[in-house]
Design a protein around this ligand. Structure first.
Ligand code: SF4
Length: 219
């Protein structure tokens, strides 16, 4: 392995207070290559930045960036964007975790693509994929949630992690990856066509009733 090569990142500036910014590193499934880590470490040392913090969405925030250094640091790290592309919280799954029943990485990527293709939506759509019922991908309380079973996937839609936290509606039980994606495609269309502006999936399902969602995905 070449220990000198660094890799560029996609970054999203977020204003905090007192002219201080964080830079959100737009990672996929929380993965950073050694080359990305080297570039981040270089910038931390060069600008004497205080910390790098993990987010619940498996991204990283580079903290404590003075407004006057923001452009320079963005250029150094790679590509600056207004908003990170939607991601998914995806646990390591069977390939890495001894409790894992199913692989998670490819399905996580397929869900990100599905969400992208069926938008725009009334509000944000967060996804979680977990390789077993321990749900390290927060699947029960994401808008889209998948939990591996011995026979396939349990599929949830409309979960919520806000003050009225509750698991999503079970729209598929022990289904294949392809069937899970087909059900979710219909659920996303249901949300896109029926959700009100800035209404999360859980609120849409509560307002219209769980049966309306089930009818839409089983049509
Ligand atoms: S959800 Fe299960 S498979 Fe995934 S990391 Fe947690 S324990 Fe492991």
């Amino acid at each position: 392995m070449n220990n000198t090569i660094t890799e560029s990142l996609t970054v999203m500036p977020i204003a905090r207070k007192d002219d201080i910014y964080v830079l959100r590193l737009c990672l996929n499934q929380g993965l950073m290559t050694p080359g990305m880590l080297r570039r981040v470490l270089e910038v931390i040392e060069k600008y004497n930045l205080p910390s790098l913090r993990a987010t619940t969405g498996q991204r990283m925030n580079l903290e404590g960036i003075p407004a006057g250094k923001l452009d320079e640091i963005c250029d150094f790290l790679g590509t600056r964007v207004e908003k990170c592309a939607p991601g998914a919280t995806v646990c390591p799954g069977k390939g890495t975790c001894r409790l894992g029943i199913q692989e998670t990485t490819d399905l996580g990527n397929a869900i990100v693509e599905l969400v992208k293709q069926n938008g725009p939506y009334p509000y944000k759509v967060k996804s979680g994929v977990s390789g077993c019922k321990m749900s390290c991908g927060l699947s029960y309380v994401r808008d889209i949630g998948l939990v591996a079973t011995a026979k396939g996937w349990n599929v949830f839609f409309g979960g919520c992690a806000l003050q009225n936290a509750a698991p999503g509606v079970l729209i598929g039980e022990h289904v294949s990856s392809d069937n899970a994606l087909a059900l979710l495609q219909k659920a996303l269309v249901f949300y896109r066509e029926n959700g009100e502006k800035r209404e999360r999936t859980a609120a849409t399902v509560t307002r219209l009733g769980k049966q309306a969602l089930l009818d839409a995905v089983n049509a």
